[in-house]
Design a protein around this ligand. Structure first.
Ligand code: PLP
Length: 224
């Protein structure tokens, strides 16, 4: 086990002092490691793969808030809909519609973040600015079609780069989009979560207004 409890204590304090949510990203890590962090007080965990999340959820305490942070395929929403706390990577209206449908089936309202493509790399998922505006407009125009989802804000991933000026500018751009959509608040749109920052760049993300960071390797050790 390569859990860094000292780092956890430090990060947890920094976050709780400032009202920031720390999501411990446990993908590829065994349930023993998750339990160790749970016993230290952590309750928010993030996973990227549906099957892995479903397997772990069944084995771990029920009061864990599970964040799905990976790319979610529409045909797999049904597996996590009964319990997921927040879906970070909603990058199409079609996916939002499917989450809505599965939420209603489960008698739930599922919290969602719209993912925006802010990085230079082509491979990262997410909406561009006009797709984001369009998605929000669709929900505003027909809230009755989205009663199973609550859109809580935005998620983004910066370029995989050591150039922190580039990373900073990408986070700043995401924050500007976030600020633009804090109004109007409706029955199912209420922007209050800005999810950005990981092990390598969370300090920059916090300076640029993030209020939820997703940290994996710094807490659990590097992934193979
Ligand atoms: C893996 C992952 C993280 C955590 O990455 P670390 O560099 O290990 O902190 C955060 N967000 C997403 C979307 C991820 O896929």
């Amino acid at each position: 086990m390569a859990i860094d409890l000292e780092k956890y204590t430090e990060l947890n304090k920094l976050c709780s002092d400032r009202g920031i949510t720390l999501v411990a990203v446990s993908k590829t890590k065994p349930v023993e490691d998750i339990l160790a962090l749970y016993q230290a007080g952590q309750r928010d965990f993030g996973e990227n793969y549906v099957q892995e999340l479903v397997d772990k959820q069944a084995l771990l305490p029920a009061d864990i808030r599970w964040h799905f942070i990976g790319h979610l395929q529409s045909n797999k929403v049904k597996y996590i809909a009964p319990f997921v706390h927040l879906v970070h990577g909603v990058d199409s209206l079609r996916l939002l519609q499917e989450i809505n449908k599965q939420a209603i089936k489960n008698n739930r309202v599922i919290n969602c973040l719209l993912q925006v493509h802010i990085a230079r790399e082509e491979t990262k998922f997410g909406m561009d600015e006009s797709e984001l505006d369009q998605a929000i407009r669709s929900v505003l125009e027909h809230p009755e079609n989205f009663s199973g989802v609550s859109i809580c804000g935005l998620m983004g991933m910066a370029s995989f780069s050591e150039d922190m000026n580039l990373v900073r500018s990408e986070f700043r751009y995401l924050k500007s989009l976030f600020d633009r959509h804090t109004q109007p608040q409706t029955s199912n749109i209420s922007f209050h979560i800005l999810s950005c920052g990981m092990s390598s760049d969370y300090h920059v993300a916090l300076e640029e207004g993030s209020n939820l960071i997703r940290v994996g390797s710094l807490l659990f050790g590097t992934r193979s």
